[in-house]
Design a binder for this molecule. Structure first.
Ligand code: FES
Length: 117
């Protein structure tokens, strides 16, 4: 009999992966939890849950920054945003995840070590 552990993993294609910190060190009120929930709604509204532009989302207990949160990272670009409010999240979804344009003035780090804007 097949068990979940005995079956090979399968992943549908996706275009981007968003990591959201829901921990309490970068945001005292753990506002990342609300951001993570709102992200699901926005991805659905913007038709980014299925098809070639599919965006996966994952929450993390800590992304190793621990200041200036909530912290959100977009891959494969490796673009890191800090201080993510609901308004900024909406811009990230519409302009970056859907439109392909970073919100440059909200970026504090890029893959490879390059800093903000
Ligand atoms: S708790 Fe959010 S980055 Fe560490």
């Amino acid at each position: 009999m097949s068990t979940p552990e005995s079956r090979p993993p399968v992943m549908e294609r996706y275009a981007r992966h968003v990591l959201v910190c829901t921990g309490g060190f970068c945001s005292a009120e753990r506002r990342g939890r609300a951001i993570y929930s709102r992200l699901a709604q926005l991805l659905q509204r913007e038709d980014l849950l299925f098809g070639p532009r599919r965006v996966k989302r994952s929450e993390a207990p800590c992304l190793g920054v621990c200041a200036g949160g909530p912290i959100l990272a977009v891959y494969p670009e490796g673009t890191w945003y800090g201080g993510v409010t609901e308004a900024l999240l909406e811009r990230i979804v519409v302009e970056h995840l859907k439109g392909g344009q970073e919100i440059r003035d909200a970026v504090f780090h890029r893959l490879g070590g390059a800093g903000g804007p």
